[in-house]
Design a protein around this ligand. Structure first.
Ligand code: SF4
Length: 891
């Protein structure tokens, strides 16, 4: 039998668990001996293809997935149909604003707006807008939450409208925790049921999230990854997300972590090793006996940092440790039986002795890992925990004068923050134990250190209290400040006055220490360029030292109340101590109970929200504006044209550079615009809070001080040169002048364009600027897909060509030949550089377009016009599944 015929006949089976009967895709019967050779992530994609695809497409996908085994790689593309979507408030707001605008477009076309609803369950976590205003005091959570509610009233009222008006959209209020922790503790079912084609199916829980750290849930055997908001919209409306069958990098773990070495140390080591290997676009899967030595919480820390090591996933299959975690977080015994029985039956249960076929492998001996930090500018720059001083010395910062009270590199922010390292109970317990010893020794951080503890889960307060550690943390300044992203997303609140003053005159270069996952300049705070990532207990040690220029292996952290030097070894807990306190702290009822209490948030539930199928836009609003691109009349940007380069930028331009999330500077043109509209200059909030207002986000595009515009280096922030006039003007003004003159514009970039967060506004902003194509040496995966979602063609320049070799000058133009009829996935895009002096240089690019669906989007002008056309035709929304329901997590 040919492979394709075999695929069409892929066997199904019926199973009964605890009296519940359902259908399954019978992977062992369909794959035979090949199943053990397939990486588990590909087994999951195979299950999804067999269940969700039809006819010849299904046959082709199955053949391609099994055919992957021959070379360990494949060029074939398959459809992936995730079962649910997870979003946070800042990515969901624009997505839901788009849906509200699409409903308007349908209504204006004489169609029923209420027919446009997501067809898969959508969870929205309101976690990204909490800032650390109050800290170091027990009432900080209430104060910060009240401030958050007051600042975001209109946006939150809109979210409440969306949760009532849109079927299947469930919003988790502020205070309920960070999205990925909620996913681990509440939403992930690992194995679930689905009604499809009139039958009940047992299926693996697979999902996508509009956040790059969505792979955190890979730590408990749930396949999921981060996508852009636009890709999420395609999934929400029943279209698959398309992907090339990925290369799978297997990371073989052996040994066990040494006592005192923590999950963060492992995650930072994995990040450095995989970044060096180069795993961009690959799925990473962990295997080998070392996996079994890690708790599921520790695995989740490693999985979380998949975007930092450059991979799409960081997957750990299900085993006993997974079940232990699920039990500890309150999942029912029946659910655990279902997970165990299903994963064992279909070949998804982890076998530590198995050695599947991988594209490439890497081995890590857990026992060889020590205590680590990473930085001061990139997460992959791994250092021994004692090397902070040496890493800072290399920077050779020369103060204008010696500060009277501060070291040259003071620790200005010390934040136990981020889902990354606060979702694993062991890490918080370790931090609490360091705090306890410091407290007993009479130690406290110096006054210039802004300290905070923002756990991913409200349950943390309960278990830290039960372990008797909450008072110890408070005694060294690490009071809980709330349950949200805070410092990790660049919301640390204002810096201490003494730091601001000394920094302003160049006496110091302050440093952040945090248990987050990113430390790019400006990520943590717009005025801070240096940050070290580390485990929560090390955050406390650095906070106590107050000086980032320290070698913690040799130098004392500080002095006790008698003046005796205290070293890190005097503070560090033993593995037995951590384990004993873990046993003391654990209560499986915590997660559900704390979440339910937090979800009652009275300020949220008393917030007035409009009703009705259409959102009533307020014309005076500076928060929510109906966007122009969610329209049935959008047209394609493809074609053959000569374009002015609006901007030329170098390597590693992040989505933070393209569309910042941080505080809106009071002295910026964006601030001027908002003040003109009636806003208070002293309370403009962060850019991320304005993602519902396209007029602000247009002006915010490329508003980042560290971005260098190679067309005219040294121009003011968010300015460029308008070639015809030679004027240096704000980028949006140059774009408007080009558009008024009927001139096309493109953007030219270096390697890894769009790295960083999955920020769809980075693509939307470029669409509003009229950019028809981005020509780059390479693209980061999610941003590439977001550009296409906005109808912008990503063109990959050929090897060796980039912004530096092109040396574009103002007045040079680029001819792009990308007609809607001639363009094909990965096809050649002829380019010509038309120099201002009359010279013409021909070169080639390739369309960075992977699939036919992406091509269709480009031909329609983006994903929204495509959804609208399908909705208007009443076709293509839905995929054989029954109407949307949430089957896991809180009611
Ligand atoms: S990685 Fe940071 S910003 Fe992203 S969800 Fe986690 S805490 Fe929030």
């Amino acid at each position: 039998m040919a492979a394709g015929d075999q695929a069409l006949a892929f066997p199904l089976a019926e199973l009964t668990f605890d009296g519940e009967r359902g259908r399954i895709v019978d992977l062992p019967a369909g794959c035979g001996e090949r199943l053990a050779q397939l990486p588990v992530v590909l087994r999951l994609l195979l299950e999804n293809a067999v269940r969700c695809m039809r006819g010849a497409e299904r046959g082709a996908a199955v053949s391609a997935l099994l055919g992957w085994l021959e070379r360990g790689t494949s060029d074939a593309e398959i459809a992936f149909q995730p079962g649910r979507v997870l979003m946070h408030d800042t990515t969901s707001t624009p997505a839901l604003v788009d849906i509200a605008a699409m409903r308007d477009a349908l209504a204006e076309a004489g169609l029923d707006p209420g027919r446009l609803n997501p067809v898969v369950p959508v969870d929205v976590s309101v976690d990204h807008s909490l800032a650390v205003e109050a800290y170091g005091r027990p009432d900080a959570p209430a104060l910060n939450l009240a401030r958050e509610m007051a600042r975001n009233r209109e946006r939150y009222s809109f979210l409440r409208w969306a949760s009532a008006a849109l079927q299947g959209v469930r919003v988790h209020p502020p205070g309920t925790g960070i999205m990925h922790t909620i996913n681990l503790e509440q939403l992930a079912s690992v194995v679930t049921t689905e009604e499809r084609d009139g039958a009940t199916w047992f299926v693996p829980d697979m999902m996508i999230g509009t956040d790059s750290h969505t792979p955190m849930v890979n730590g408990i055997g749930v396949l999921g990854w981060g996508v852009g908001g636009l890709e999420a919209q395609t999934v929400m409306f029943g279209m698959p997300t398309m992907l090339r069958i990925p290369d799978v990098v297997g990371v073989h773990l052996s040994g066990a972590l040494a006592p005192g070495v923590l999950a963060t140390d492992l995650a930072l080591t994995v990040t450095q090793r995989l970044r060096s290997l180069g795993v961009a676009g690959a799925f990473v899967e962990f295997f080998g006996p070392g996996v079994a030595t890690l708790s599921a919480g520790e695995r989740a820390v490693v999985a979380n940092m998949a975007p930092e090591y450059g991979a799409t996933t960081g997957f750990f299959p299900v085993d006993r440790r997974t079940l232990d975690y699920l039990r500890a977080t309150g999942r029912s015994a029946a659910q655990l039986r279902r997970i165990e029985a299903y994963t064992q039956r279909v070949g998804l249960w982890f076998d530590p002795a198995a050695r599947p076929r991988y594209t490439r492998t890497l081995s890590i001996d857990l026992a060889a890992i020590g205590l680590h930090i990473a930085g001061p500018r990139r997460p992959q720059d791994l250092l021994d925990h004692g090397e902070a001083a040496a890493a800072l010395a290399v920077l050779d910062f020369r103060p204008t004068a010696q500060s009277a009270s501060l070291p040259r590199h003071p620790v200005a922010i010390a934040a136990i923050t981020s889902c990354t390292n606060t979702s694993d109970l062991g890490l918080l317990i370790a931090a609490g134990l360091v705090a306890r010893r410091a407290r007993r020794l009479g130690m406290r951080p110096p006054p210039w250190v802004k300290t905070s503890l923002a756990p991913g889960s409200p349950a943390a307060a309960d278990y830290l209290a039960r372990a008797g550690l909450i008072d110890d943390l408070s005694a060294v300044g690490f009071d809980i400040v709330g349950f949200g992203c805070t410092t990790c997303i660049g919301n640390p609140g204002p810096l201490p006055d003494v730091i601001r003053a000394a920094h302003a005159v160049g006496e110091i270069e302050p440093v952040a220490v945090l248990s987050g996952n990113r430390n790019f300049p400006g990520r943590v705070h717009p005025d801070m360029a240096l940050g070290f990532l580390m485990s929560p207990p090390l955050v406390i040690a650095f906070a106590l030292a107050g000086n980032a220029e320290i070698d913690l292996r040799r130098e004392p952290v500080g002095r006790d109340k008698t003046g005796r030097a205290v070293h890190l070894r005097d503070l560090w807990p033993t593995r037995d101590e951590i384990d004993a306190h873990l046993a003391l702290a654990a209560d499986p009822a915590d997660c559900r109970r704390a979440f339910e209490i937090a979800a009652r948030n009275p300020a949220w539930h008393s917030l007035a929200a409009p009703a009705g199928a259409r959102y009533p836009w307020d014309p005076a609003s500076t928060i929510l504006r109906r966007p122009p691109f969610a329209s049935l009349t959008e047209t394609s940007l493809l074609g053959r044209y000569a374009a002015d380069p609006l901007l030329v930028v170098g390597d590693d331009v992040t989505t933070d550079h393209i569309s910042p999330a941080s505080a809106i500077p009071q002295d910026s043109l964006v601030a001027d615009f908002l003040v003109e509209k009636g806003d208070d200059r002293t309370d403009l909030n962060v850019f991320a809070s304005r993602r519902g207002n396209w007029e602000v986000m247009l002006r915010a595009a490329f508003h980042n001080r560290s971005l260098v515009n190679l067309l005219r280096p040294g121009v003011a922030v968010a300015h460029t040169v308008h070639a015809p006039s030679g004027d240096v003007v704000p980028i949006w003004e140059a774009a408007a002048r080009y558009a008024a003159a009927g001139r096309a514009v493109v953007l030219v970039a270096g390697e890894r364009y769009g790295t960083g967060s999955s920020r769809d506004w980075a693509a939307k902003g470029q669409r509003l600027l009229g950019i028809r194509a981005v020509l780059a040496a390479s693209f980061e995966r999610i941003h590439r897909s977001n550009l296409i979602g906005m109808g912008i063609l990503p063109v990959r320049l050929c090897e060796g060509v980039g912004p530096v070799s092109l040396a574009l000058q103002s007045g040079d133009r680029i001819e792009v030949d990308a007609g809607a009829e001639t363009l094909s996935p990965r096809g050649v895009v002829p380019l010509r550089v038309l120099r201002a002096d009359g010279r013409i240089e021909a070169l080639q690019g390739h369309a960075d377009v992977e699939t036919r669906l992406e091509l269709e989007m480009l031909r329609c002008g983006g994903v929204m016009p495509l959804i609208l056309r399908r909705a208007a035709a009443d076709s293509g929304l839905g995929d054989g599944r029954s109407p949307v329901t949430h089957d896991a997590g809180p009611a």
